[in-house]
Design a protein around this ligand. Structure first.
Ligand SMILES: Nc1nc2c(ncn2[C@@H]2O[C@H](COP(=O)(O)OP(=O)(O)O)[C@@H](O)[C@H]2O)c(=O)[nH]1
Ligand SMILES: [Mg+2]
Length: 381
């Protein structure tokens, strides 16, 4: 089941919007928050509506039939391809892909160090810069896969494709956690930290679902609602939908107690709750609560791809001054035209990259970050 959340001040309008976007929907739950206005007794209401798309049986059957037909076509195509490939002479050169039309830019390049490059290397640097990679980082990345073009006496790519060049560069310049693996009986505890609204709660449950489904692990979720603002409702509903045990810790003592009682679980995911601008002031409070668990916690810092690099680095530095951050998880790549921020932050912070969240749907909108995935994101439309 996939859950989508709508937020706004008019509940009926939210329901209408959900119906328009998803068709027949089932309302799972909604929560109301009263926002104080200028006139004290005239509080505004803000709603958060949780819906899921109702899938009809016939629709599902039609989908299965369509998929079967497509599968048949693909199989036939593969057979023909196999036959054709066997007829080809060996050692066919791999063509260099042309740059997508909309990325072609004849404007002179304003990157200072670019004079030492020629041909495809220049082209690739331009693509990276357009996708938000900082110019000096783009130059360093492209250099990884360059050799000297004797005629031009400049550096050019020595790979067949842009993608290959980027994969080499990311393997050398970035570090990755890979799929988070947990051995049964060897408990790991992850705490999700980051600014309000970045996607901590939703992405925590995406990972919870991955642990349960892909690794068949016993997972529990704890929310540290130290501000007692009732911010745990959303987490509670996800936990019940995904059938994961859920606990709320309001202070250090309670947190320790809960964790001790959960020794049998393979994974504990800790969600931290905050409220807008108070976040930074209250980070110390979250730190104090989590510190009771000592070094057994791994800290995941969430960064939105909507941030520009300067903002993102500020967030990383701020959070690192409170928590020993172990790795990064990026969110909202679907809302960003500058995915290069992931590369900039990865290179500048030296922190390993884990996953990227690709949309609002829980649990499916999450992707493991690898050199190939980042190369695809940067080279894609
Ligand atoms: N478009 C988009 N929305 C996201 C993504 N990740 C989370 N969100 C939405 O961002 C909002 C805040 O997410 P939430 O998990 O509550 O953030 P938290 O305050 O950090 O816990 C919710 O409406 C989520 O559905 C993403 O990758 N893309
Ligand atoms: Mg939250």
């Amino acid at each position: 089941m996939s859950v989508k959340i709508y937020e706004g001040e008019d509940l009926d309008a939210l329901i209408e919007r959900a119906k328009e976007e998803l068709g027949d929907v089932e309302i799972l739950y909604y929560e109301v928050e009263k926002i104080p206005g200028i006139i004290p007794f005239l509080k505004k209401r803000r709603y958060r509506l949780f819906v899921t798309k109702k899938e009809k049986r016939e629709e599902k059957e039609r989908e299965v039939e369509k998929l079967e037909e497509e599968l048949k076509e693909v199989k036939e195509l593969l057979l023909t391809l196999k036959e054709n490939v066997s007829k080809l002479p060996s050692q066919q050169p791999v063509p260099i892909p042309s740059v997508p039309e909309h990325l072609e830019d004849k404007a002179p390049c304003s990157i200072p160090q670019i004079d030492e490059f020629t041909g495809d290397a220049v082209e690739l640097i331009n693509i990276l810069v357009k996708k938000g990679v900082e110019p000096d980082i783009a130059v360093e990345l492209v250099k990884v896969s360059c050799g000297l073009d004797i005629e031009a006496e400049k550096l050019d790519l020595n790979t067949n494709t842009f993608k290959e060049a980027l994969i080499n560069a990311f393997e050398e310049k970035l570090s990755f956690t890979g799929e988070l693996k947990v051995e049964k009986g060897n408990q790991r505890i992850f705490a999700f930290v980051g600014p309000t609204g970045v996607g901590k709660t939703t992405n925590l449950f995406k990972l919870a679902s991955k642990f349960v489904i892909e690794q068949e692990l016993k997972v529990g979720v704890i929310s540290t609602d130290t501000f007692k603002v009732g911010g745990t409702q959303q987490a509670r509903i996800y936990a019940s939908i995904l059938n994961v045990p859920f606990y709320v810790a309001t202070d250090q003592k309670k947190l320790k107690e809960i964790v001790e009682n959960l020794k049998d679980l393979d994974v504990i995911l800790i969600d931290t709750v905050g409220r807008s601008h108070y976040d930074y002031f209250r980070l110390g409070e979250i730190k104090a609560t989590l510190s009771i668990l000592g070094t057994s916690i791994e800290y995941v810092l969430l960064i939105s791809c909507n941030y520009d690099t300067k903002e993102a680095i500020e967030v990383v530095n701020r959070y690192r001054s409170f928590f020993p951050v172990d790795f990064l998880l990026f969110t909202k790549i679907d809302e960003s035209s500058k995915p290069g921020v992931m590369v900039n932050v990865g290179v500048k912070s030296g922190l390993p990259l884990s996953y990227v969240s690709t949309g609002q749907r829980v649990p499916e909108d999450i992707k493991l970050l690898t050199p190939t995935v980042i190369a695809d994101i940067l080279l894609g439309g």
